[in-house]
Write a protein that binds this ligand. Structure first.
Ligand code: FES
Length: 72
């Protein structure tokens, strides 16, 4: 049995996913990341969508605070 995918939601920031990630965008284009941990944009401001480029920091004062919500 493989390990469950671990996801960390950052308040006012990205979704961090541990392990390989494939994101399919609204146009059906698939984006693959093989990084150990990938930051997926949740704010919509990234110029590297679907990946986070740090632009969320400009949107929210105080920066992100990571909050562990569990595994899926
Ligand atoms: S969550 Fe970081 S740029 Fe959108």
């Amino acid at each position: 049995m493989s390990e469950p995918t671990e996801i960390l939601l950052c308040e006012d920031g990205p979704m961090l996913v541990r392990g390989q990630v494939v994101v399919e965008d609204e146009d059906g284009q698939r984006h693959v990341s093989t990084r150990p941990v990938t930051a997926v944009c949740r704010c919509g401001a990234s110029s590297l969508k679907p990946w986070c480029d740090g632009s969320h920091k400009l949107l929210a004062a105080g920066g992100p605070r990571a909050r562990r919500l569990g595994s899926v």
